[in-house]
Design a protein around this ligand. Structure first.
Ligand SMILES: Nc1nc2c(ncn2[C@@H]2O[C@H](COP(=O)(O)OP(=O)(O)OP(=O)(O)O)[C@@H](O)[C@H]2O)c(=O)[nH]1
Ligand SMILES: [Zn+2]
Length: 190
């Protein structure tokens, strides 16, 4: 049977199985609706598996501005692909335009969409940088993500507050250390 890109009944069956496997009673009142809720939740959290984030960068403005554009502190939440637990934090996204600038909100839309699938922070950082670099034909791109991984804070090693920082640079930010230093200073400015 065809259920579209996300098979909700299949997730429901799997969640019911997990509840049974951990020793719960999926038929008790409080859990009756849980498999359906979890299925809808995964559909939302993993919506990025079925979308094309590049579409947000198709509409650009011609603008004679070739200095740094940086949007800082874009909140994001993603799901670690090892444990299916959330990792969340902020993204800082900057680029050097090449005659074309994107709407500022589109940078945040790209971050959102790339975060909504099973991910690792390093790949997410690269994917944002490569997409901006390719779609905007930018002279340079810098992406920094700072995130707390709940798989490290609530289980396993249990180190709440540990912050993972990843960065990716492309173009001029790679070849010209002062440009990179300027962007990093603005990202780190309190
Ligand atoms: N590099 C990277 N590692 C991640 C990310 N999210 C989670 N991890 C790590 O993935 C690793 C998976 O390690 P495993 O040894 O296979 O799994 P585990 O036994 O549950 O590991 P522990 O978390 O150490 O208990 C852990 O070290 C996690 O901290 C991420 O975005 N990037
Ligand atoms: Zn994890």
């Amino acid at each position: 049977m065809e259920h579209g890109p996300v098979d909700l009944p299949r997730i429901e069956r799997a969640v019911r199985e997990i509840l049974l496997a951990v020793g719960e009673d999926p038929d008790r009142d409080g859990l009756l609706e849980t498999p359906a809720r979890v299925a809808r939740m995964y559909k939302e959290l993993f919506s990025g598996l079925h979308s094309e984030p590049g579409r947000h960068l198709e509409k650009v403005f011609e603008e004679k501005y070739d200095e740094l554009v940086l949007v800082r502190d874009i909140t994001f939440h993603s799901t670690c692909e090892h444990h299916l637990l959330p990792f969340l934090g902020v993204a800082h996204v900057g680029y050097l335009p090449n005659g074309r600038v994107a709407g500022l909100s589109k940078l945040a839309r790209v971050v959102d969409e790339i975060s909504r699938k099973p991910q690792v922070q390093e790949r997410m950082t690269h994917q944002i940088a490569d997409l901006l670099n390719n779609e905007l034909d930018a002279k340079g791109v810098v992406v920094v993500l700072e995130a707390e991984h709940t798989c490290m804070s609530i289980r396993g090693i249990r180190k709440p507050g540990a912050l993972t920082i990843t960065s990716a640079v492309r173009g001029l930010f790679k070849s010209n250390p002062p440009s990179r230093a300027e962007a990093m200073a603005l990202i780190n400015r309190k």
